[in-house]
Design a binder for this molecule. Structure first.
Ligand code: PLP
Length: 455
């Protein structure tokens, strides 16, 4: 790109744009990275420098950027028709995608309600669960439960069930109140971690839920969880036994289990859906991000037939689910999602990602040996580690060090987009990442660590 034009664009960026999750003052003296091209797992800036997209463009991208089959699917759909509303009208991509989702998601989910991003998928789940209990006459079941450290999006309902104070505390006066339960964060066990201690930690966390349900289940509609990994809350990977235990408690106490697979869905954890690690099915499932392979905004909330049935009646009974968004079921996005699922079936996407994940786990060993690194963890194509001034004693860096941000900046020099969560550095790799690219990415990261941490 011509350098004068680049300068003008970045000046306008500063003048007109407010970026998400960004302290804009950080960019007073420094430019945002201007991307002009993306191909495979690489992004290219205005000078043509390549960066590995190690966070899959906010955990969305699945098959790499610019996949020709996805591009062709967009074109085919646009040649027929673009956006149309999804109430009173319907369309083939929306219908066939719903059918496909019912078949590939955990057993028992039979209806698909579309929206257009992860937060709205969660809003739909909360309202659906709430209205269900109202309509079957159990009107006191209005409350929700969430895990500490959880993140379900930034709209007010989703924030009400959010457990990350950094993002959520400010908005407390706006939120509905919900019950917070402990997260089975195995990191607290440190080097004392054994299968027995881990099982005891899970049992304690489940006991807190059981005690709450025992006392309050008649006032609780649902519990919402991020299956297997609390992502935005610090990439906290927890044992599948917790999820299995929650499933049992929800069945026992008649509470909806809402699985928020907005981040984990579509292969990222090594299985198509993270619930599969525990062999469970939720009552309500939220998906987005990887649904369209990260190429278009789309989300879906799936539910069991008995939930749907509680809304299905004569209009006069006023049981309609009055919820919808302008871009609900966007046909181009649905066509993209269908093509992405065909790619999964026809191109062995999950199997290829398993090979890359195996390479990743062996490369991670080098990080575990560093004196500033603790709790190296991995599930499928996601890996994370926490940085400390001294990892052995879990002594954090002094506040204000913003070590994660320094790693991010140094990563750019090395051609890596590493977007840390505080002092947690993580990879959230596209499933198309090859084992060779995994090696290249981890080697570059080690160089960044060497430079910033001196290790
Ligand atoms: N749920 C989970 C588990 C997420 O990780 C996210 C976003 O990161 C959301 C919901 C919100 O999705 P969106 O950013 O599309 O609103």
């Amino acid at each position: 790109m011509e350098s004068q034009y680049k300068k003008e664009l970045l000046a306008k960026d500063r003048q007109y744009v407010w970026h998400p999750f960004t302290q804009m003052k950080d960019y007073a003296e420094q430019d945002h990275l201007l991307i002009t091209r993306a191909q495979g797992i690489e992004l290219f800036d205005a000078e043509g420098k390549a960066y590995y997209d190690t966070v899959s463009s906010w955990w969305c991208n699945v098959h790499g950027h610019g996949n020709p089959r996805i591009k062709a699917a967009i074109q085919r759909q646009l040649d027929q028709f673009d956006h149309i509303m999804f109430s009173g009208l319907t369309h083939q991509p929306g219908i066939e995608l719903a059918e496909k989702l019912v078949h590939i998601t955990p057993e028992g989910l039979s209806k698909v309600f579309y929206s257009d991003n992860g937060s709205t998928a969660v809003e739909v789940a909360i309202k659906m669960s709430f209205q269900y209990w109202q309509q079957i006459g159990r009107t006191s079941k209005t409350g929700f439960v969430f895990m500490e450290n959880s993140y379900h999006g930034d709209t007010i309902g989703a924030v009400s069930v959010g457990g990350v104070d950094l993002y959520h505390a400010m908005f407390k006066p706006l939120l509905f109140s919900a019950h917070r339960v402990p997260s089975p964060d195995v990191r607290v066990l440190g080097s004392a971690r054994t299968p027995e201690r881990e099982a005891a930690l899970v049992a304690d966390a489940l006991e807190a839920v059981r005690a709450l349900f025992q006392e309050r289940a008649d006032t609780i509609a649902g519990i919402i969880v991020e299956p297997m990994i609390q992502a935005a809350g610090g990439m906290v990977i927890y044992p599948a036994a917790y999820l299995a235990g929650l499933r049992e408690l929800c069945a026992q106490y008649d509470v909806h289990l809402i699985a928020d697979e907005v981040a984990t869905g579509f292969g990222r954890t090594g299985t198509m859906f993270a619930c599969e690690h525990a062999g469970i099915s939720p009552d309500i499932l939220c998906v987005s991000k990887g649904l369209t392979a990260g190429m278009m905004p789309l989300a879906a909330t799936l539910c069991r037939e008995e939930i749907y049935a509680a809304f299905y009646d004569d209009y006069a009974t006023q049981k309609t689910f009055f919820h919808g968004h302008s871009f609900t079921g966007n046909p181009v996005a649905c066509a993209v999602a269908l093509e992405s699922l065909r790619l999964f079936e026809e191109e062995g996407v999950l199997e290829q990602s398993h090979r890359a994940a195996t390479e990743l786990s062996s490369e991670l060993r080098a990080f575990a040996a560093l004196p500033q690194v603790a709790d190296v963890r991995q599930i499928g194509m996601i890996a994370a580690m926490d940085l400390y001034q001294d990892a052995a004693s879990r002594t954090p860096f002094e506040s204000g060090t913003r070590i994660g941000n320094r790693i991010y900046q140094a990563g750019l020099e090395e051609g890596l987009i590493l977007r840390p969560l505080g002092d947690t550095i993580y990879y959230w790799l596209p499933l198309s990442t090859t084992p060779e690219q995994v090696v290249e990415i981890t080697e570059r990261t080690l160089r960044v660590f060497q430079q910033v941490l001196g290790s």
